[in-house]
Ligand binder design. Structure first.
Ligand code: V47
Length: 392
């Protein structure tokens, strides 16, 4: 593990390094460090001293998680790609009449859930388009039906944007929608739909989508109801460095209030097949910067995930030494990034994830959605320590 001095070439990083390394350890929180400011955040994004930035991100990551790298055995399910939002950033959503549009009947959702690898999954990650005709009952029955058939699998479902849409569809307050889904078996919410909160950016990349303020408000409500969630940031399109920092600090402020976020996932924009296809794809340099900067700014987020699907397994592996402590999971069937031209596989086996993690010199730990350790019986059945409600 890294414990020596960082080599800092960019002098603007020196005061930041002091804050990061000087923090008097708080009882029970030895990773705590002096909080970074908006200006510090901008300096992190402006520097080209990637190795110093990565050293600092890795320092915080190791203070917090030692040598552990988490992964999970999960399956993505996208019940429909029909979507009324028409976000410019997206290659997945389409109108119902367009070739390639699909909407699964509930039986198809249940069959899809059971298909794929034989290894028992511990999580279904469920997100889809904002369908104009499906009823709120479809979503409640989907959750209830999955829970009945797969009682031990955690259902991480529906972004804040989908919850907002469902509340309008059902003409119910967001709180009621979340309560009904929770009662049906919803376990937590994924982090999608956050994009960049700043209205200037949203107007261009997702103008009909839930506003940044509303996204945060729905996350707050979910957390108040005891539902944990993740958070994301989509970078590498038209956003400025200031807008990235603003996004991260808004997440940090909400986390101070609710402590409901489990994991942050920086998402690299993939332009192919979107209305923004003229933009270049992100680079490895920017991808690693985002991992390190978010680890440093989000001092109250337990986990930072290097989502291998969008980073590629190769960059995700390097990210495990730039601030990330999680590499996501087996995924099994990914559509959103692959519609946008991702060249990665659609799934990785558990053994492949373990190999990636070990080769980065980290110790793989299988986790469930709430970061409780998972052990496997000789037959491959997952065992989770349910005395822990959450391990963050
Ligand atoms: O919200 C859509 C993004 C997100 C594109 O919570 C695109 O554990 C890049 O949120 N290029 C969905 N990104 C994915 C997501 C996620 C993924 C993995 C884990 C978790 C989690 C959440 O994907 C959307 C949007 O920000 N997205 N289109 C695109 N062309």
């Amino acid at each position: 593990m890294t414990r020596s001095e960082p080599i800092i070439e960019d002098k603007r990083l020196e005061p930041i390094a002091e804050k990061v390394r000087a923090g008097p350890p708080k009882a029970g929180a030895p990773w705590a460090h002096e909080r970074l400011t908006f200006e510090d955040g901008v300096a992190l994004y402006r520097t080209n001293d990637l190795l110093a930035l990565g050293w600092l991100g890795n320092y915080v990551r190791e203070q917090r998680h030692g040598n552990i790298c988490y992964y999970n055995v999960n399956r993505h399910i996208n019940p429909t790609n029909v979507c009324v939002a028409h976000c410019r950033l997206c290659a997945f959503g389409r109108d119902a009449a367009v070739p390639g549009a699909y909407t699964m009947a509930l039986e198809q959702v249940f069959q899809t859930a059971a298909s794929g690898y034989s290894e028992a999954v511990t999580e279904f990650h469920i997100v889809g388009g904002l369908h104009p005709d499906l009823s709120f009952d479809y979503y409640v029955d989907l959750v209830r039906g999955l829970k009945q058939r797969f009682p031990r699998v955690h259902l991480k479902a529906f972004t804040m944007v989908e919850v907002h849409y469902l509340s309008r569809l059902a003409k119910l307050p967001v709180r009621e929608v979340l309560l009904k889904l929770k009662e049906a078996g919803l376990g937590s919410l994924p982090g999608g739909g956050a994009e960049i909160f700043h209205p200037r950016v949203r107007k261009v990349i997702c103008d009909h989508k839930t506003s940044g303020q509303m996204w945060l408000e729905i996350a707050r409500t979910a957390h108040e109801l005891g539902l944990h969630s993740n958070a994301t940031m989509l970078y590498g399109h038209i956003e400025t460095e200031e807008e990235r920092v603003d996004h991260l600090l808004q997440l940090r402020a909400l986390q101070d209030e609710t402590h409901g976020f489990v994991c942050f996932i920086p998402l690299a924009f993939h332009p192919a097949n979107t209305a923004l296809a003229h933009l270049p794809p992100t680079t490895g340099f920017l991808d690693l910067k985002n991992i390190a900067a978010s680890r440093l700014l989000l001092d109250n987020f337990p986990h930072v995930k290097a989502y291998w699907i969008m980073l590629t397994p190769a960059v995700a592996q390097v990210a495990l030494r730039f601030g990330a402590d999680d590499i996501d999971g087996t995924v099994i069937e990914e559509k959103i990034y692959h519609d946008a031209g991702a060249q990665t596989a659609q799934a990785l086996r558990r053994s492949e994830l373990i190999r990636l993690i070990r080769e980065a010199g980290r110790e793989p730990v299988e986790r469930d959605t709430l970061y409780r350790p998972v052990t496997r019986t000789a037959g491959g059945e997952p065992r989770i320590d349910t005395t822990l409600t959450v391990n963050v």
